[in-house]
Design a protein around this ligand. Structure first.
Ligand code: SAH
Ligand code: SF4
Length: 359
């Protein structure tokens, strides 16, 4: 068996059957995959980890994705929106701490006031940080005009997860209406590319009905779309969502984490110089989750800078870690993860994916 793993890992390009085989590896064979990914990471992007300060701007959402805790239909959470001052303060915390960039994330909204406010915030952040702090947006699907306006106001990167690359599976985890169409999500990614953003996408791993063949197709999708950044992690069920009814069919959480780490490792080997996030959902399952992701090829972490009083209302999934921590505590725990992995923090640099510069 060991020989077979090496044979696959030595290939110039993986075929789908190779990917399915790699995703099924266990024990020492899986470790061989992780070691190879770390070797590729060290060679092509180095051992610096880039911080992206995460600002969870608002949990208002017009959508009803079947997996997400802050979906419109969930009455449990108090809905909030950070004030302009709170967003700017969090951005300045990132700037003062010499992070290369921040991520502004929220539920999806398209109304003019929302679009205007984000535009205003982008301009303010750019002005107050002498254009030195880069901004990534993760605000769902928007019109081409909106993407352009935000780009011109100072946004550099955009994260829009495809969630699953299989359209049939996409239908099973979303309501069937125009607001939740797989094709629109793809169009969104294309528009982002067209408007000049560095484009990030990703998927959830371990969803009900999802197979290893689906995950292999997700990896091929990332490669074919030639993305600059990947943020993916385990699906974690939330009791207030429709998908919770399938909880008995899910892989155990630890296996979902292993599968996520294998996805990270394989995409690092396939796409060498992109940025890959060690996501919070991995840390939810294992206190060493983020550290293990760094050792499997990830090179980005997203310290949560949302003011603590809002954090308990931005629970996309259950047991999200660190919701009582303030930004300083969050930073300390991440620094410990990074040191434990033998990496260093890339302070004072944007940490653009080399992949984008090359394009
Ligand atoms: N509304 C925006 C951004 C916020 S949601 C959007 O949907 O793009 C950010 C990500 O959280 C989603 O893309 C999804 O992949 C992830 N997410 C939602 N519910 C989740 C769950 N139960 N487990 C793991 N990830 C989840
Ligand atoms: Fe809204 Fe994003 Fe959650 Fe879907 S995944 S319900 S768009 S916040």
């Amino acid at each position: 068996m060991v020989k077979r793993v090496w044979e696959i890992l030595e290939k110039e390009a993986f075929e789908k059957a190779d990917l399915v085989e790699l995703l099924g590896l266990e024990g020492e064979d899986a470790q061989e995959l992780f070691d190879k990914a770390l070797e590729v990471k060290t060679k092509y992007v180095g051992r610096k980890v880039w911080f992206r300060g995460l600002i969870e701007y608002s949990n208002y959402c017009t959508k009803d994705c079947f997996y997400c805790g802050i979906r419109k239909g969930n009455q449990r959470y108090q809905r909030y929106e950070l004030s302009e001052e709170e967003v700017i303060e969090a951005a300045l915390f990132a700037y003062r701490n010499r992070f290369g960039s921040i991520v502004i994330q929220s539920g999806e909204r398209n109304n003019p006031r929302f679009v205007d406010t984000i535009e205003y915030l982008l301009k303010e952040i750019s002005r107050l940080t002498n254009r030195e702090l880069h901004v990534t947006l993760s605000l769902g699907e928007q019109s081409e005009e909106t993407y352009l306006r935000w780009k011109e106001a100072g946004a550099h990167r955009y994260l829009l997860r495809i969630e699953v690359s299989n359209p049939e599976l996409y239908k099973k985890i979303h309501p069937s209406d125009d607001l939740h169409a797989w094709e629109k999500r793809i169009d969104g990614l294309k528009l982002l590319r067209k408007t000049g953003y560095m484009v990030g996408t990703g998927v959830m791993i371990g969803l009900p009905f999802q197979t290893l063949s689906d995950l292999a197709d997700d990896l091929l999708f990332f490669r074919d779309f030639d993305v600059d950044m990947i943020g993916m992690g385990p699906y974690i069920e939330h009791e207030d969502t429709p998908l919770f009814q399938y909880r008995d069919q899910l892989l155990p959480l630890t296996e979902r984490l292993e599968l996520s780490l294998k996805m990270v490792a394989i995409i690092r080997i396939m796409m060498k110089d992109i940025n890959i996030a060690a996501t919070t959902a991995m840390q939810t399952i294992d206190p060493r989750g983020r550290e293990r992701a760094l050792l499997a090829g990830a090179n980005v972490m997203m310290p949560n800078l949302t003011p603590p009083k809002y954090k308990e209302n931005y629970l996309l999934y259950k047991d999200k870690p660190g919701i009582a921590d303030d930004a300083v505590q969050t930073l300390q725990s991440m620094e410990a993860n990074i040191r434990a992995a033998g990496d260093e923090i890339g302070y004072g640099e944007w940490g653009d994916p080399r992949h984008f510069k090359k394009a």
